[in-house]
Design a protein around this ligand. Structure first.
Ligand SMILES: [Zn+2]
Length: 322
């Protein structure tokens, strides 16, 4: 195998191949660095002394299913400026990693089509190595999102581990990208985000949150010029709860049996959009809820009157509408 193949295939420039071994189904290429002037990999100082070598083995790009190992002595240097002894910087691999950049790129390319477990099995390596490669890639590319052009954002919290831990997530509504994740919930979790936003000089036009007083206060304090929107999910949730409470109250207050029967089983009828109601059906809302069997649905004419009376259906469909 030529030294130029070593350079082009595995990215080892400035090295020459000394031997090739075949061990336990894998191929190990033993290489040696060409003599060169040494500098400290941390500070760049030339005031260094050689302090022996350490043999290291790296995972290189496989040939088909055949694993390739690269073994070489790595020079150690004592740096007068740093006052420490370290290994020299290697151009083909990151510090404290046992795989080359080429292997890392290959694993990431496979990860776009396969699960972590599948990639690990294909490359004959532990899943934690693939996980580490993915995490480092995400950290390199997304740890510091650009906030300068952020215009419309959404803020919400998620619970992790059965509600024992919360994270506050900020989303760019135009790109769909997560631009911030804060530990905890409430205003405290958002403080680092406001600092980053001010540093980036972003001009936020609109913010969507739930109706939590903490978020309302935080948006008023930090984005006073932005339009504050309560997101549809939380508005609908609140509306549904209010409607359920109202029905229960009416149910309790009415004394006539026929009125109680009329109310029973009409929740989904009231919640459904008027244009989706089917007046010809015995079940006008088309609901598959079991309440229809225990409580007969009102006749279509009664149903429409119920919607109109509730004030929930100003645009109730014509009788022949589907
Ligand atoms: Zn140094």
């Amino acid at each position: 195998m030529s030294t130029s193949l070593l350079s082009h295939a595995w990215g080892l420039r400035g090295y020459h191949l000394q031997a090739t071994d075949f061990l336990d189904g894998s191929t190990v290429l033993r290489v040696q660095a060409r003599p060169e002037s040494c500098i400290c990999g941390r500070c760049g100082s030339k005031d260094v002394r050689r302090a022996g070598t350490v043999t290291r083995r790296f995972r290189g790009l496989p040939i088909g299913k055949k694993p390739i190992g690269l073994e070489l002595p790595v020079q150690r240097l004592w740096c007068a400026a740093c006052g420490k002894t370290r290994q020299i910087h290697l151009a083909f691999a990151d510090e404290k990693r046992t795989y080359t950049h080429g292997f890392e790129r290959y694993a990431l390319a496979l990860s776009t089509h396969m699960t972590i477990q599948d990639v690990a099995r294909h490359l004959g390596i532990g899943w934690d190595v693939i996980k580490d490669i993915q995490k480092r890639y995400l950290h390199r590319h997304f740890a510091k999102p650009h906030l300068k052009h952020l215009q419309q954002i959404a803020i919400d919290e998620i619970s992790i581990g059965r509600g024992h831990r919360y994270l506050t997530v900020v989303l760019d509504l135009q790109s769909g990208a997560v631009v911030f994740v804060g530990d905890g919930k409430g205003t405290a979790a958002l403080r680092p985000f406001w600092r980053c936003l001010r540093a980036a000089n972003a001009r936020i036009q609109a913010v969507a949150t739930d109706m939590s007083p903490a978020y309302i206060l935080a948006v008023q304090e930090n984005l006073p010029k932005a339009v504050h929107v309560f997101d549809r999910f939380h508005v609908m949730k609140l509306f549904n709860e209010q409607l359920a409470d109202l029905r229960r109250e009416v149910q309790r207050s009415t004394e006539k049996i026929e009125h109680k029967k009329l109310l029973k089983g009409t929740l989904w009828l009231l919640l459904k959009n008027p244009e989706n109601l089917d007046p010809k059906s015995a079940n006008p809302s088309g609901s598959k809820r079991p309440c229809a069997s225990t409580s007969p649905w009102p006749r279509p004419t009664t149903s429409r009157r119920t919607c109109a009376n509730s004030g929930n259906s100003p645009t109730a469909p014509a009788p022949n509408a589907s």
